[in-house]
Design a protein around this ligand. Structure first.
Ligand SMILES: [Zn+2]
Length: 573
């Protein structure tokens, strides 16, 4: 904080001196050349400034930037200070720099009594071993005793002519889901193949969708049957924070979430179905058919009697604005999340702060650098909003709070561009596209990349559904076209070492540092590739900022329909 302030003062001082010198200059030519050169340099994304910002945000002083901690306050103050120094306007609520994000942190108490009853016979479930349940409701106790419905993949996808629910009534019941989407495990000759993007996970495959669909249908609880390959991660990850959850406190209670949600271990699920006279493997195949319909398990109930610890946390999104000249109500948004994992257990070197240097202080630095370059350049016709989200790591909650109560109308938001983790291994010949085939913004990305002499490559693990796992997704769900650059979506083709070196960088980062103490700032980073990636967003913003174009979702995207509902509020192509 104080270092940044110092930097700002020195910078302001130099600028003042420069003005005085200019007036007294005798060699005007030299002056103009110097000015042109410094203007040229100032117009580029600066690797040194990126490094300096990350060094500050990832320092111990910021305590790993966990929401609701002293590190939260420091980070928010730092970001406001940075945006203010750049001459941006406050972009938050009521002329302020922030949007308050009230959160709840819940913890289901252990030991918890949880069981299935099949024909009166109890099957006891151990939290974290057989089941992992939590709640996103601010309630102090949970008592459930309800029938169980197997809903297959639980997809209600009219645009794909698919409905797993039929006539079933889920109100007051427990919905049991398969993970991923109906064609994930299908053979190429099965009728379902390709209906849900094949191996690429659609939103219907994510647990978040399943919990929401269960809530829309009035279910009291939703459980997803865990399978490692289809989930993209093991039971150890699924059950890593047993009983814990975070949620945005909703201003108005529209759609209440389910009371209890979580994972059911595959073995516990198989035992349940066997006792109830079904074969889970056979049901998995049946659920891949369009004819499948959800059904209630005969004489089966789910019981849970739990107490819950609820804590309130106030955090903030930081929002800054560069107003557009002629169409200020048309909004371009570029964002990153400021939060990280806070303080945890000591590592082998005794470090406890998990500083989130790459994830996502570097993305945040990218947003600040774009703000600096755009605010110094020619004004744009449309407004640009720079958003720094809180509580991404707790479940995309800062961005979720924004879409629940948007400061700028979402239907007039042209696009959201999100930076979340950038590679630090130097220049690359390509940029990795997450969510291929989703929106026309991928064509903007390709054009911007071509200007740099680079190409776009698709992510190499689309079945992991990274498109659904960063803040841009909160906006996408509301129909705003989005573009994500995420350095772990696939190995870049590095100028030094090629794809192999790019893959190796990801393996090292994920294996050692992701969400750990070692995600720390390093003087050895080569940020030239990251700066190029950030420049791609800058180019897209400048292009769309002076355009009347409204990029659209591509046909087949699950977000096309919701965007089209507000088509009338947008003019132009
Ligand atoms: Zn992140």
């Amino acid at each position: 904080m104080y270092r940044a302030l110092l930097f700002g003062l020195v910078f302001a001082g130099l600028a003042a001196c420069g003005d005085t010198d200019h007036g007294a200059a005798t060699d005007q030519e030299t002056d103009e050349r110097t000015e042109a050169a410094s203007a040229e340099a100032a117009a580029q994304i600066d690797t040194e400034r990126l490094s300096e910002i990350v060094k500050i945000l990832a320092s111990d002083e910021f305590e790993g930037r966990a929401p609701g901690t002293p590190g939260d306050k420091k980070t928010v103050e730092y970001l406001i200070d940075q945006f203010a120094q750049l001459g941006l306007e406050p972009g938050g609520k009521n002329g302020s720099w922030v949007q308050t994000v009230p959160l709840i942190h819940t913890r289901v108490q252990v030991p918890a009594a949880i069981e299935f009853k099949v024909g009166g016979e109890a099957q006891t479930l151990q939290q974290q071993t057989d089941i992992e349940v939590s709640t996103v409701r601010p309630i102090e106790s949970i008592a459930i005793n309800a029938p169980v419905v197997f809903v297959g993949f639980g997809a209600y996808a009219p645009e794909r002519d698919w409905d797993d629910y039929g006539e079933i009534d889920l109100r007051g019941k427990v919905a049991l889901f398969l993970v991923n989407d109906p064609d994930f495990a299908a053979a190429p000759d099965e009728e379902v193949a390709g209906r849900f993007g094949n191996r690429r996970m659609t939103y219907y495959g994510r647990w978040a969708y399943k919990f929401e669909e269960a809530a829309r249908r009035g279910a009291t609880a939703a459980l997803v049957i865990h399978e490692t390959e289809a989930a993209g991660y093991g039971w150890n990850v699924a059950s890593s924070s047993p009983g814990e959850n975070y949620a945005v406190v909703r201003v108005e209670s529209g759609e209440d979430p389910v009371t209890l949600q979580g994972w059911l271990h595959g073995d516990a699920a198989a035992a349940l179905f066997a006792a109830a006279g079904h074969d889970l493997d056979e049901l998995r195949v049946r659920a891949r058919s369009a004819d499948f319909e959800a059904f209630e398990l005969d004489d089966v109930t789910f019981g849970a009697d739990l107490s819950v610890q609820v804590e309130s946390i106030d955090s903030s999104n930081v929002l800054a604005k560069l107003p557009g000249t002629s169409r200020p109500d048309e909004i371009l948004m570029v964002s990153a999340h400021w939060d990280a994992y806070g303080i945890g257990e000591p590592d082998t070197q005794g470090r406890t702060v998990r500083p989130g240097a790459n994830d996502d202080a570097l993305g945040m630095a990218g947003v600040l650098e774009i703000a600096r370059v755009l605010s110094a350049g020619p004004p744009l016709e449309r407004s640009v909003i720079f958003a720094a989200w809180t509580a991404e790591e707790s479940g995309l909650l800062g961005s979720e709070a924004y879409v629940v109560d948007p400061v700028y109308p979402l239907e007039k938001t042209v696009a959201n561009l999100t930076l979340d983790i950038l590679q630090t291994a130097g220049p690359a010949r390509d940029v990795i596209l997450v969510g291929e085939g989703q929106s026309e913004l991928e064509d903007d990305l390709a054009r911007a990349a071509a200007k740099q002499g680079r190409v776009v490559s698709p992510e190499n693990l689309p079945e992991n559904g990274l498109f659904y796992r960063a803040d841009h997704f909160s906006l996408a769900r509301q129909g705003v076209p989005v573009l994500l650059i995420m350095g772990i979506a696939g190995g870049a083709d590095l100028v030094d070492g090629g794809r192999e070196a790019g893959d190796q960088w990801i393996a090292d980062y994920i294996g050692n540092c992701y969400h750990q103490t070692c995600d720390a700032w390093s003087p050895d980073w080569d940020l030239r590739g990251a700066a190029d990636d950030i420049s791609l967003f800058r180019t897209i913003l400048e292009d769309l900022g002076n355009s009347k174009r409204w990029p659209k979702w591509k046909s087949g995207s699950e977000f096309k329909a919701i965007r089209e509902q507000s088509a009338e509020s947008r003019s132009g192509p």
